[in-house]
Write a protein of this length. Sequence first.
Lengths: 229, 185
Amino acid sequence: MDSLKNHVDSMFIKYKANNQIKELKAEVLSNLEAKVKDLMQSGMEYSQAVNKAKESINSIDYLIDGNRKVYINKYKLEYLQISLLYSIITWITTIPLTIIGAGILLNWILFICSFILGVVYFQYSRKRESEYLQCKDFINLEFMLKARKMAWIIWDLYIVVITLCTTVIRFGSNIWFSRPINISGPYQFAEVTIGYVLPFVSIIIPLIINIAPKLILRYEVGEDDENKE
Amino acid sequence: MKTRNRIIICLIVIGTSLLILVQGIIIPKNNQEKKQYIIEQQEPTTHDLESILKYKSKYMGNFSNMVNLFHTLPLNNKPRTFELFSDNTMDVNYKENIENISGDKLSKALIYNSTAAFALIDNLQGINYNFTDGKYIVQRSDIEKWYGEDLLKLLTKDEWKSKVQVKLEDEEYIKSASEVLLIKD
């Protein structure tokens, strides 16, 4: 029966062992054990019965809550395309800031990200064979929805903290000593504004995570598609 | 997907052009202007009055204000230390020989710096410029007499240009002003 347990473990290997997974694992294992017993009662040898039972179930992905079967390569291709688009837009937005020496590192990081995404997207988009595009796999929609929610919460917190920090660093002593805030010219005004605006560039991260659930639903394999197979 | 691909190509073209414009033209031009500005700040006749107006103060007791003021005036490329005294005088100690700075350039800079410091700091009465091989003393009373008016009135762009900077272009003026204003110790 260890052989059956190992088979079940290997099917669940990519899932975190929470209560739902543990219950499901136990259920699948008991079903397989019952199947082995039935097969042996009908005269089959033990090792043959185990192999037969294993063959009867190769994947448990469809049993996991929230798992959706999608055209995985189409999904990846569009995900890459939209990420590339966002990355290029953000890169372009930060170019003018480098004139006054702000966000130079960020601009380079975005340039490198855009370049890498561009190369990967180009590689993916060259594969046009229908077999490749029809390839299917499971993605957990619930996990992606949670990730999306978490990404926005973290980003909101980051913006609040960074805005407060910028205010304290720039105007802390003015506020503490009740001195008026003095911005002497357009250059200084631009510097202060950029100090506040630059962290908002990080919105690209939640925006990219935001795409995932929409694309999962768009490329989900429908019942009609399944029946065609 | 195809429309998005077209948008991506357009954005790459726009981004690359903008990058070339910013990195290849605008930033080098700005750097050149900054370099030129720094050179101009070493020369009393082209020094920017606006850059020192923010150090205007009634009292000389604010050490960082005094240090920043001299950091923005000509001779700021020479290593130096400062000391403030309770009799409203100050020492500016340059770690440099007088001989290393050509005569005219030194006199011009000391006259200009003293005029600026006395005009901006109301209770500053005297400045001792100490060099490793000599010393110059400048008194507020001498500067006030030399310009014949309240130094505060000089602190406008036109007045500063005509009564301080343009005059320092004349070698004879520098010579006679040095004799009166720079007391060699």
